[in-house]
Design a binder for this molecule. Structure first.
Ligand code: SAM
Length: 277
């Protein structure tokens, strides 16, 4: 009999958020694969889980995927956890699930806490349709381009962010649309949990004051509202609209195309307005 691969959710701060089932599966597992054995050791000590821990992270996943599959093929039940929250969600595990499925090994998810959805629930922003995009690119241009694309979608956007980049990300959101509502969730489920929802311009002012740049952050961005009479480019001329996209990293041809889509104008007309300044 082959073993089962269990993908086990663990708390994102508050240890009381672990499920009975997660504790039982981890107690019964033959091996627990985790990102950082020191982090998971603390969790295991707290819940009297004694299964052996082995590291499975981004830097060893190629070698370790084979090892985990061998263990499963040899009948061992293996659990995969990340430092916090759900494995695979901005955390390692995807390649392992692919390999397990290719080997016809049973994969079971043991649901648990997740920072993105926890932030969304409290944010007061629309939860009907949302898009989780993990971490944004670090390079300024790529980040602007990614945010410009995301912020034109009719979904609440959820991103993970490091405290060192929250300010820059909010400033980039403001460049794209200064009238957008954002929600900043910090230290979810922990002692200093804070969730603030306000205009991006107000959020920038609140940083370092009411919103301390310490701990772990999730940023939710309100959906682009097509029905709204106000488009973010309403105050811009056609030329400024095109230049806005060029500054965010697009080539001029692409920027003209996007502007024509936004304004529901013919591409030629935008081209002329841009080039015959
Ligand atoms: N797999 C995890 C999950 O399911 O939420 C996410 C792992 S990702 C590597 C870590 C990021 O999640 C942090 O940088 C932060 O953006 C977010 N995060 C994790 N725990 C959090 C918390 N308690 N409060 C706010 N954000 C958190």
């Amino acid at each position: 009999m082959r073993g089962t691969l269990y993908l086990v959710g663990t708390p994102i701060g508050n240890l009381e958020d672990i499920t009975y089932r997660a504790v039982r599966i981890l107690k019964e597992a033959d091996i627990i694969y985790c990102e950082d054995t020191r982090v998971t050791k603390k969790l295991c000590q707290h819940f009297e889980i004694t299964a052996p821990l082995k590291a499975y992270h981004d830097h060893n996943k190629e070698v370790m995927t084979e090892q985990v599959i061998d263990s499963l093929n040899n009948g061992l039940n293996c659990a995969l956890v990340s430092d916090a929250g759900l494995p695979l969600i901005s955390d390692p595990g995807y390649e392992l699930v692919i390999a397990a499925r290719e080997n016809e090994i049973k994969v079971e998810s043991i649901p648990g806490p997740n920072a993105a959805l926890t932030a969304l629930m409290t944010s007061g922003l629309s939860s009907y349709s949302f898009l989780f995009d993990g971490f944004l690119p670090r390079k300024d241009n790529e980040k602007k381009q990614r945010l410009s694309h995301l912020m034109a979608l009719p979904h609440t956007i959820i991103i993970y962010e490091s405290p060192y980049r929250v300010k820059h990300t909010l400033e980039t959101i403001k460049i794209i649309d200064e009238d957008r509502m954002v929600s900043i969730a910090r230290e979810l489920t922990k002692k200093f949990e804070q969730v603030e929802t306000m205009l991006v311009t107000e959020a920038i002012k609140a940083l370092d004051d009411t919103i301390k740049l310490k701990g772990e952050f999730v940023i939710c961005i309100a959906p682009y509202d097509k029905q709204s009479e106000n488009n973010w480019w309403d105050k811009l001329s056609i030329v400024d609209h095109v230049e806005h996209y060029i500054e965010s990293g697009m080539k001029s041809k692409e920027a003209i195309k996007q502007t024509s889509v936004d304004r529901q104008m013919k591409k030629q007309d935008v081209y002329q307005a841009y080039h015959i300044q």
